[in-house]
Design a protein. Sequence first.
Length: 99
Amino acid sequence: MDAINPCPDAISFRALATLHQHALVEADGARQEQRNGPALQELQGLLEQYGQLSQRLLAALNAQAPALKQQRSARQLMALGALQAHLHMGLRALAASED
């Protein structure tokens, strides 16, 4: 998004459904890929790195859960739980974007 229309912190399901209904359908993704070759490849690489790093972070958080419970306050644990939820949603969104 741009400075005039900043990216919102949250979006309702109804607003998302409306955006989906009005989205343009691409006839041929291969042509678009040829036009944006290097930039699209870089983006794809970054998305793959994001997916791998998110999975590693989730695995590390799960492996260290007992130690974290002893070293962190309840508020910090809730924040880490929220981070885990966002990582899971991000991975699901990434998987959906590849379908």
